[in-house]
Design a binder for this molecule. Structure first.
Ligand code: AMP
Length: 249
């Protein structure tokens, strides 16, 4: 079995995001970038399937500027076998990413595509679902457990009321939720080995995809600053403030 994993380069989750002064986006210059955390979980799950002898090859795919290669290298250092980098400096919307992943899936013919449930930069939560629709494949989103046996996948999903388990046929698209696994760190020998693994380079044009945006961002603003809290002496003072200042009781 072959697995394709989509890995996106995003602002590191520890970084406090700053909005550009002209409101056109967020500052990404001189900011630490890392692999989207849900995509690390996606790579980890593919590695576990490979270690269980159910998968032969894992291909990590990323779309974005030259530096997206670093994200692919991280996936290769974790244990993915080879990479595909679609080079573009254009901003990418989920539909464009899904169309490019579809073109790659048609070329590579994987049995499974694993994506993160969402990229923590735009929080779109759309790419996996769009990809499954474009390919006409089954989808298991927000997976918190995955079991693979002879062309069938049991996907346990986190839903409002608890957990739901679906059985779907491969080829399929799965998106990862936080509790699916805990991703490994790449070891030094594996980081060295990853340098020798191949990364194929493509452009959106090679895949026949027009990446022109379909959406228009009007403005990006910081959330309003919260007023600082205040310590009150006792319950009576609290009740007085809630009644007379906040007027909520
Ligand atoms: P989104 O729909 O933007 O929240 O992203 C969901 C998932 O799609 C991510 O976790 C990635 O697995 C994949 N994805 C989105 N954008 C890219 C990209 N530029 N390159 C590779 N994978 C991506």
């Amino acid at each position: 079995m072959k697995v394709l994993v989509a890995v996106k380069r995003v602002i590191d989750f520890n970084v406090k995001v700053r909005v550009k002064s002209d409101g056109s986006g967020v500052e990404t210059q001189n900011v630490k970038m890392s692999m989207n955390p849900f995509d690390e979980i996606a790579i980890e799950e593919a590695l576990r399937l490979k270690e269980a002898g159910k998968v032969e090859e894992i291909i990590a795919v990323s779309m974005g500027p030259q530096q997206a290669q670093e994200t692919i290298r991280t996936a290769l250092a974790m244990g993915a076998d080879r990479g595909i980098h679609v080079l573009t400096d254009d901003p990418l919307e989920p539909l464009a990413v899904a169309k490019m992943l579809k073109a790659i899936a048609e070329e590579e013919k994987p049995d499974l595509v694993i994506l993160g449930k969402q990229a923590i930069d735009d929080d779109a939560n759309q790419t996996g679902q769009m990809l499954a629709a474009l390919l006409g494949w089954s989808q298991g989103t927000f997976a918190s457990k995955l079991e693979l046996a002879s062309g069938k996948l049991d996907v346990t999903r986190e839903v409002d009321g608890g957990l739901e388990t679906l059985t779907i046929q491969t080829p399929a698209v799965v998106t990862t939720d936080l509790r699916l696994n805990e991703p490994r760190y790449a070891s030094l020998p594996n980081i060295m080995k990853a340098k020798k693994k191949t990364i194929d380079k493509k452009t959106p044009g090679d895949l026949g995809v027009d990446t022109a945006p379909r959406l228009k961002v009007l403005k990006i603003v910081e959330p309003p600053k919260r007023k600082s809290g205040e310590m009150v002496a006792n319950v009576a003072a609290l009740v007085d403030k809630l009644k007379n200042e906040a007027k909520v009781i």
